[in-house]
Design a protein around this ligand. Structure first.
Ligand SMILES: [Fe+2]
Ligand SMILES: [Fe+2]
Length: 355
């Protein structure tokens, strides 16, 4: 292929807005570079999994302030020092991640030309806003405004956290600077890894507080967030698989190697972060548990795209971490989410306190 063709085939066009002459033929619809009219026609979807996803996301609606944080208010000042430090740092990282997600998703969706997929991305963006707000509600309830600000800004005052956030931020910034198919693939991969790996030593820490009977309101907030994150992962998993069908050159061996490197880097960073914030001083957790669990997750995410095993020997959920899924799979939502089939439509929006 000559240089001109390579450049052309790497092009990605921003979706048109008012476009009455756009193509309304469902079978012509494509994730990117399609001449869309943007009309939301729920009876004519090309990507059938969207209706399941949409219904699930609607059913998951929740309001942070409906969770009572009274016990957390009295638990927080009494937390052992290592736990309190971890709580603060993890919360600061989560605030950053959810803020970045809510800011970056529109950068992705302006290039997505399948309107039903944009519907999902918009709902996801809304949910990321709720997540950021839930952390504010938690901090406003358990500490004073000075402490609150100190915790919130650790995302850039803590050197370890700043380095980590720079790495993630740069990956997202890259797509703003280089708007082409290649970088579109990278930003999707970065999203998938963020949703599927980066939150999890944080979630694990909160669930450990839960099983030690501490900070039950915070734990419940995190369970609702985790339930949403499961659907976000499901969404990006499906977008990547559709892209694989429509743009197979983005899934050649060079790109799969790149993706494997990105997952490895994400896993290494999450483990280093988990060791830094959790370490060996927190009752019920240690560095080895963090490492085993995060590798298992990295493996699970990688193999879910049909790419085989990334970490041989890490295919099974570690025996001593099985308690995590009791918290993470609230109402059994999407334990089978890669199957794009919901088991929980008929259930109420509320997570029952069944632990
Ligand atoms: Fe989120
Ligand atoms: Fe998310």
């Amino acid at each position: 292929m000559n240089r001109m063709n390579t450049q052309q085939s790497n092009q990605i066009r921003r979706k048109p807005l008012f476009n009455p002459e756009g193509d309304i033929e469902v079978r012509n619809r494509r994730l990117i570079n399609f001449n869309t009219t943007n009309i939301n026609d729920f009876n004519n979807m090309k990507y059938q999994w969207v209706s399941d996803w949409y219904r699930q996301a609607m059913n998951n609606f929740w309001i942070p302030e409906e969770i009572n944080l009274n016990q957390d208010k009295s638990d927080y000042p009494r937390l052992p020092k290592a736990e309190r430090t971890a709580y603060d740092k993890i919360l600061s990282f989560l605030v950053y991640l959810d803020s970045l997600q809510s800011a970056n998703l529109p950068n992705i969706s302006q290039f997505v030309t399948a309107n039903e997929v944009n519907l999902c991305l918009n709902i996801q963006t809304f949910q990321e806003c709720i997540h950021s707000q839930s952390y504010s509600y938690m901090l406003d309830t358990i500490c004073n405004p000075t402490e609150r600000n100190e915790i919130l800004y650790q995302w850039k005052t803590d050197e370890h956290l700043l380095r980590r956030n720079e790495f993630i931020g740069n990956l997202y910034n890259d797509f703003i600077e280089h708007q082409d198919k290649e970088h579109f693939f990278r930003v999707l991969a970065a999203n998938f890894i963020l949703e599927g790996v980066y939150f999890y030593s944080g979630f694990m820490f909160f669930y450990n507080l839960g099983r030690n009977g501490r900070m039950p309101g915070s734990v419940q907030e995190i369970r609702y967030i985790n339930r949403d994150e499961n659907t976000h992962l499901w969404l990006f998993h499906n977008i990547l698989l559709e892209l694989k069908k429509e743009e197979p050159e983005l899934f050649d061996s060079a790109h799969i190697d790149l993706f494997a490197d990105m997952v490895r880097e994400g896993v290494d960073q999450e483990i280093a972060w988990g060791k830094y914030v959790i370490g060996n001083e927190i009752e019920g957790l240690n560095e080895q548990m963090v490492e085993d669990y995060i590798r298992y997750l990295g493996n699970l995410r990688y193999s879910s795209l049909g790419l085989g095993t990334l970490y041989p020997g890490c295919e099974e959920e570690p025996e001593n971490m099985k308690w995590v899924s009791a918290y993470a799979d609230a109402n059994q939502v999407k334990t089978d989410f890669f199957e794009a089939r919901s088991t929980a439509y008929a259930k109420s929006t509320a997570i029952e306190d069944d632990l």
